[in-house]
Design a protein around this ligand. Structure first.
Ligand code: GLT
Ligand code: MN
Ligand code: MN
Length: 388
């Protein structure tokens, strides 16, 4: 059950250009690392064993590039991907950096801002189509408020719906075959962002014209910022057939937006997440949306990227060890053992309800079943700490 934790294409690890290309700016300090060309980042990723690269339009093509420059940049990038065996797995439009989006993009009150956001999105979809990307992420980073005096929040919901419906129709009309993945975040850069959690987006998706094309892209840090359990959010998305993509990183609850290396802050939570993804056979990209500490140089950025993948593979091995542990499996069997004779609760029928209503439950005896979760958790910790 041991391996050397070497990342392979079959693991489907991917990184955004904005992650390994992050220059270490924060609200209080300027960039600490020089820019690295996208083609060079692709080389790093290929050498590190990543399968895919993700990008926003402007991570690759500057916002004011001429058509000729754009075409040259895209051709060079495609060449680098081919040379280093890296696929472009996901694309998105940057609808948060430019000042035009200071009060949102699709949810702005200004029809020209909404129009420009949609135009930029269609062009990003064309770019992704050219690069062969199959996932399109919508992260509404600026779609929110500091004061709710500016618009009724249900107007924002309706505008976002119109935008996503448009995006789906455009993908169909152009044969792109995109799967659209909506990414929630509770706050930062806005005081409050609409659709703060993955659960909120799962509800919204059912109201879309092409709901079958739309899923979610949960991010560890974003669920943690809301004080929530990422694995529970992921499980709900998975069970609904909506886990199209995932953003792996880490975040201490209650802190600023940290985007730490995967599992850097909460290895136990990361373990249960990896175990879930592996147990259910998740096969979409495993994207690391994180960045290196601001203290790092280029070599430190590569340490960071290697660390994300290595930790995932270590946790995957721990999950297999956990699943194969006889004592753990014995406890799991015990706590969910059958109660022969108990009426079925799976499905209502008049006969089932009659049987249930007539049944005499021995409440006190039932309540005495042993639930040795201290033991179960300690065994988990011992596996994680390498003592088992
Ligand atoms: C931005 C954000 C991420 C999103 C990206 C997709 S951009 O870096 O912090 O969580 O996934 O637009
Ligand atoms: Mn984030
Ligand atoms: Mn993200």
């Amino acid at each position: 059950m041991t391996n050397d934790y070497t990342p392979l294409p079959e693991h489907k690890f991917s990184f955004g250009l904005w992650t390994v290309g992050n220059r270490g700016r924060d609200p209080f300090g300027d960039a600490v690392r020089p820019p690295v060309k996208p083609t060079e980042l692709v080389r790093w990723l290929g050498e590190a064993g990543a399968w895919g690269v993700n990008l926003h339009d402007n991570d690759l093509v500057p916002i004011d590039a001429s058509t000729a420059d754009r075409d040259r940049i895209v051709a060079e990038f495609k060449g680098a991907c081919a040379d280093h065996g890296v696929v472009t797995s996901m694309v998105s439009a940057n609808l948060f950096f430019d000042p035009v989006f200071r009060d949102g993009a699709f949810t702005s009150n200004d029809p020209a801002v909404r129009g420009y956001a949609l135009q930029k999105t269609l062009r990003a979809m064309d770019l992704g189509g050219e690069l062969g990307a199959k996932t399109y992420v919508v992260w509404g980073g600026r779609e929110g408020t500091e004061t709710d005096a500016c618009r009724r929040p249900d107007a924002a919901v309706k505008r976002l719906r119109d935008a996503i419906d448009y995006v789906c129709d455009y993908s169909i009309a152009n044969g792109y075959g995109y799967r659209i993945a909506l990414e929630a975040k509770p706050n930062e850069p806005r005081g409050d962002i609409y659709f703060p959690t993955t659960g909120a987006y799962l509800g919204f998706i059912t109201t879309l014209a092409h709901s079958e094309m739309v899923g979610v892209n949960p991010e560890v840090a974003h669920e943690h910022m809301a004080g929530l359990n990422m694995t529970h959010a992921v499980a709900q998305a998975w069970e609904a057939g909506k886990l199209f993509h995932i953003d792996l990183n880490d975040q201490v609850i209650g802190r600023h937006d940290q985007d730490f290396r995967f599992a850097a802050a909460n290895p136990k939570a990361a373990f249960f997440l990896v175990k879930f993804l592996e147990d259910v056979g998740y096969d979409n990209p495993r994207h690391f949306d994180a960045h290196a500490y601001r203290t790092e140089d280029d070599e430190g950025v590569r340490d960071f990227a290697r660390g994300c993948m290595r930790t995932y593979l270590i946790l995957k091995e721990k999950a297999a060890r956990w699943n194969a542990d006889a004592e753990i499996q014995g406890i799991l069997k015990e706590i969910s053992a059958d109660r022969p004779g108990t009426p079925t609760v799976e499905k209502h029928s008049t006969a089932h309800a009659d049987a249930l209503l007539a049944f005499d439950f021995d409440r006190k005896a039932i309540g005495q079943r042993r639930l040795p979760y201290e033991k179960l958790d300690q065994l988990t910790i011992e596996i994680l700490l390498g003592a088992r």
